[in-house]
Structures are given as structure tokens and as C-alpha cells.
Design a protein around this ligand. Sequence first.
Ligand SMILES: Cc1cc2nc3c(=O)[nH]c(=O)nc-3n(C[C@H](O)[C@H](O)[C@H](O)COP(=O)(O)OP(=O)(O)OC[C@H]3O[C@@H](n4cnc5c(N)ncnc54)[C@H](O)[C@@H]3O)c2cc1C
Length: 391
Amino acid sequence: MTVAADRDAAFLAGIGEVADAIAAVHADDVDRQARFPVEAVDALRERQALSAFVPESLGGAGVSLRAIAEACFTLGRRCGATAMVFAMHQIQVATIVRHLGDSDHFEDYLRRLVSEQRLIASATSEVGTGGDMSKSVAALTPVDGAPDRRSFEKQGPTVSYGGHADDLLTTLRAHPDAQPGEQVAVLHAAAETTLEPTGTWDPLGMRGTCSPGFVVRAEVDAEQALPTPFSTIATETMVPISHLLWAHVWLGIATDAFDRARAFVRAAARRAPGAPVPQAVKLSHTLTELSLLRATVHSALDAFLAADEDPECLSTMAIALQFNNLKLAASEQAPRVCQSAMAVSGIVGFKNDTPFSVGRHLRDSMSAALMVANDRIHQTNAGLLLIAKEV
Ligand SMILES: Cc1cc2nc3c(=O)[nH]c(=O)nc-3n(C[C@H](O)[C@H](O)[C@H](O)COP(=O)(O)OP(=O)(O)OC[C@H]3O[C@@H](n4cnc5c(N)ncnc54)[C@H](O)[C@@H]3O)c2cc1C
């Protein structure tokens, strides 16, 4: 094995332990109480997993994006909320790593992320723009009498683990006169931020992400804005990597739902050796649905890693369409797999307290279509399809 492969393998072995020994054990309680998966996130911190994607030159493990995606899948098989928290954090880390330019401030920050295992939340959605992260209402505003200081106030409708994060990455208009699409991403510590809750979090699924609305207020130094315009960050990193990592989480959830349905069919076969198990055919249909999801997610990851060799390629409309389609297809397919798994095991899958329960899986997977509304993505695609030369 190469050094890079060894590094990825060691990282994934640690993730597997956290998934099986910790995330799985607390998943139902996290879901029932809509509480933050503190045990699993603490265990990820202990294994330095929060800084896994930080390059070795800055003290991180320098694992590959493929390994981060695999980790989202592995955690997703055991606890969807833990996996989604991990995925959302890694999206922010990837954004900083890939777009810090020559900023000493952000290099120092990444070193601190390694030593302190800081957890980063994101506030991209906004009241007034919904899930359209390419537009902001709130602006980064000069502070009177302090040339290097800026302040902002943003209405975030959904800030996952906002109350548990060490830092937040928030999108804003670059200055008070900026157009809605002229944005920057600002990294600010929770300690320098006021988070005023605007609601509660008692949702259908992904309950452990703890994602209520907040008014986010902070005063920051100008250098806390990433030097790359947010439009570039969104195109090259935040949109495709979000869709990739989310889709790996959803694939993990759907795979566990399938595994539970398979365990049900095998148990039925053991109870009556030689007798036909009628649900086995339904299980085969479920596998077909799961295989479609798996192929979609894996081929998109391969395509991203190939395109990433040439950043210009990531800016093409064909690539934008491809990663939007990944999100649309995976978010619709994952609940389909979970529902199919429930149909295999019937009432014992429907009940919440059996080894074959898939209610949590189905509810968690139903958040996928809302996590940036699919209709918004279709609208973006519709515009791109009119002008893209190739799709
Ligand atoms: C579990 C979870 C965690 C999340 N965590 C975060 C987070 O940490 N940070 C963050 O910034 N965001 C997060 N989000 C995303 C955020 O909640 C939503 O994208 C955002 O709040 C938009 O909410 P919305 O669906 O009400 O708004 P909209 O996007 O405005 O959608 C409202 C309704 O309008 C419809 N609609 C919108 N546009 C169109 C259109 N063009 N054509 C037809 N219909 C349309 C939608 O389908 C939907 O039914 C999270 C979402 C989920 C589900």
C-alpha cells in the first residue's frame, strides 16, 4: 500500500470503530430525544477525525476526499444524524482548505482546528433566500471607527448543531452595497457570536442534527472572510462536495435499511428451513433500488475526483448539472430504498423497537429532498439546460 492509502485505511478503521461501538449504540436515543450525538462526536474528536482532511503540512492527517466520503457512508449506516453532522463539518473544512489562498489567518486557523478539534457549523441558508446559497440578504458591514472590523446580523432558518459548534462559516453580501450574489464566506468563533434562537427543533427526521433557526450576530476582523469569492467556492467546492458527502450519508442510511430487511428475511428462512420465504423476492427488488443509489453515488465521486484534477472543469455547466443531478437522484432514491425495506419486514420494520426497525432510516432519508429544496435545484438546472452546450 502507498503512504496515502495507509493513511486513509487507518482513518477509516477509526471511523468504523466509532460507528459500530458508539454511534450505533446511541442512535435511537439521539433520534428519540432530538439531541446532539455528543458521544459519537466526542469519539471522532478523540481520533482527530474532525481535522482528517487538513493537509499534513498544517498538522492534519491529509486523508483523501474519497476516504471522507467513505466515512460519511460508514457513519450513515449506524446513525444518520452523526453522519450528517460529520459531513456538514467536513464540507466547511474542505471549503477552507481549498480556498484559503495565501491567508496566514486561515493557515493558523487550520492548525488550531487540528490541535483543538474544533467543530464548524454553517449558516448559508437565509430567511428571504431559502436554500438558495448563491444569494444573501445580510451584509458584512464596516464598524465605525475600526477600519479592520466588520459586523453582521443574519437570519438563519436552519443552523445545524449551531448550539454545539466551536465556529460557524456564514455567507454574507461582501459589503452593504453588494448585489445579493456578491458574497463572501466568513469564519467566526461561537465565542465571538451571539446566536439568538428563533424556534425549536422537533422535526420528522435528522433529529440529532439539532438545527433550529437562529439570528446570527457577530463582529469580526476583515481577514476572517475567505479571500476567494463565494461564487467560486460554491462552484468548485461547496455545492459538489455537499452533494457528494450528503449522498454518501443517505447511501449509508439506505444500506442499513436494506441490511435490516435482509436480516429479517434470513431469520425467516432459518425458522422454516426449506420453506419458501415470500419476502425474499421483495428483498431482491429492494436490492435493485439500492444498487441504483449506490451506482449513482459512486460514479459521481469518481467523476468529481477526475474533474478536480482540472479546476476549470469544475466550472463547466455540464459538471454543475451532474452534481445537481446527484443530489436530486440520491435524495429521491434513498427514501425509496428505506420504504422498500419496510415493505419487506412489514410491521416489525414499522415498529421502532425491533432489530428490523427502519422508521428512523425512512424519516432521516426524507430530509434529503429538503436539504436545499429539490425544486430549487430543478429550477437552476432548467436554466442551465437552456444554455449548456453539453450535458
Ligand atoms: C436536516 C437539515 C439540516 C440543515 N442544516 C442546515 C445548516 O446547517 N445550515 C444551513 O444554512 N442550511 C441548512 N439546511 C438547509 C435549510 O434548512 C433549507 O435549505 C432552507 O431553510 C430552506 O428552507 P425551505 O425549504 O423552507 O425554503 P425554500 O428553499 O424556500 O423552499 C420552500 C418551498 O418552496 C418550494 N420551492 C422553492 N423554490 C422553488 C422553485 N423554484 N420552484 C418550485 N418550488 C420551489 C420548495 O420545494 C419548498 O416546498 C438544512 C436542512 C435540513 C433538512
